[in-house]
Design a protein around this ligand. Structure first.
Ligand SMILES: Nc1ncnc2c1ncn2[C@@H]1O[C@H](COP(=O)(O)OP(=O)(O)OP(=O)(O)O)[C@@H](O)[C@H]1O
Ligand SMILES: [Mg+2]
Length: 325
């Protein structure tokens, strides 16, 4: 079972999350356990995809690790440092520079009263990345080029752009501080399919060029597979399955993952015709208090949230799937 002492093999862990919980409105009748005891690592330079239905806690996870939401309990270590201990103007600024978020709603994430050149330029100034106005303008233009927005639009306001264009501006703003880690929260959902592919390719290129690490939150399983090295599947505030991307698609083990994959359209028309929806019965996984329940490693790097008794059953399912593939 995953524990606070778990050391992750041979790769550098940039983010370590242990026993993270986030409860909104605690003790009130509208209390929500948005994150309910999750643990995972993210390695430097990788993309961890985070998928799950609406309300499963994906955005809250992203917001918590980047310190936009306070956490109820648990620990988040970023580059070995407990983020709850990041305080003081200088440290917070350094943390914000290193970790950036691209938001779900491209319109809401940009101030409508500030022109684009200042949205990006202010971030450059706050972090002391450019000394003169000429340097700021030059860098703003470079960033607009990178995300495919015409330089001549730099004086325009967010309301004068489409959703896709606003998302690109949000990406440019996140990139301008040269972050090490980006939480991309459904950053494709407001874009049409051809633009989605362009943005994903842009993110992949930037990851290679600037050695960035991503937590990539999405509904679209196809896009998550394309960009992610590993994928975590979330439901009701818990991570139910975590595996290498290929492994998760070839050998999904948790019934919820199987259900989620069965709901995703396939590009192969022959397979798409034969695709059958599988429903998930969550009552199968209500565990009594006497059970030992947690994340168990079924095979190397393939983790499932289950009871100790279920481990053997999942191991057998996995070997069955591996033989069939
Ligand atoms: N500020 C808040 N106050 C109270 N409840 C909240 C708040 N933010 C989120 N929640 C609740 O926490 C749960 C998880 O929300 P979250 O936004 O993390 O889900 P999500 O997986 O990102 O969903 P979506 O795919 O729709 O974006 C939901 O039940 C949501 O209603
Ligand atoms: Mg969300």
């Amino acid at each position: 079972m995953i524990s606070a002492q778990a050391v992750s093999q041979d790769r550098e862990v940039i983010l370590q999350v242990r026993g993270l919980k986030k409860t909104f409105n605690p003790g009130k009748n509208n209390e929500v356990h948005a994150i309910d005891d999750i643990s995972f690592d993210i390695y430097r330079g990788e993309t961890l995809g985070l998928v799950g239905e609406s309300g499963s806690g994906k955005s809250t996870t992203g917001r918590s690790i980047i310190k936009l939401d306070s956490i109820t309990s648990g620990t988040v270590l970023y580059k070995g440092k407990d983020i709850s201990k990041v305080c003081g103007k200088k440290d917070v600024l350094e943390f914000r520079k290193s970790m950036q978020m691209i938001f779900q709603d491209p319109f809401a994430s940009l101030n409508p009263r500030i022109p684009v050149k200042n949205i990006i330029g202010d971030a450059l100034r706050v972090h002391n990345l450019c000394k003169t106005d000429a340097e700021v303008n030059k860098r703003v233009n470079e960033l607009l080029d990178i995300v495919g927005i015409n330089r001549s639009y730099a004086n325009r306001y967010p309301t004068e752009f489409s959703g896709g264009q606003c998302q690109r501006i949000g990406i440019a703003r996140a990139l301008c501080v040269k972050p090490d880690f980006i939480v991309a929260d459904e950053c494709l959902s407001a874009l049409d399919v051809s633009i989605q592919a362009q943005i994903v390719n842009l993110l992949i290129k930037l990851r290679q060029e600037q050695e960035m690490t991503y937590l990539f939150i999405a509904h679209d399983l196809a896009m998550v597979k394309y960009i992610s090295d590993r994928i975590a599947v979330m439901k009701n505030g818990k991570i139910l399955e975590l595996a290498d991307a290929d492994e998760l698609y070839k050998c999904p083990l948790h019934p919820y993952t199987i259900s989620l994959l069965s709901a995703s359209p396939l590009t192969d028309l022959y397979k798409e015709k034969k695709r059958k929806r599988v429903d998930y019965d969550s009552s199968l996984h209500t565990y009594s208090a006497d059970k030992v329940v947690g994340m168990f490693e079924i095979s190397k790097n393939h983790w499932i949230y289950c009871s100790e008794e279920e481990v053997e059953k999942y191991k057998q399912s996995l070997s069955g799937l591996q033989m069939a593939n």
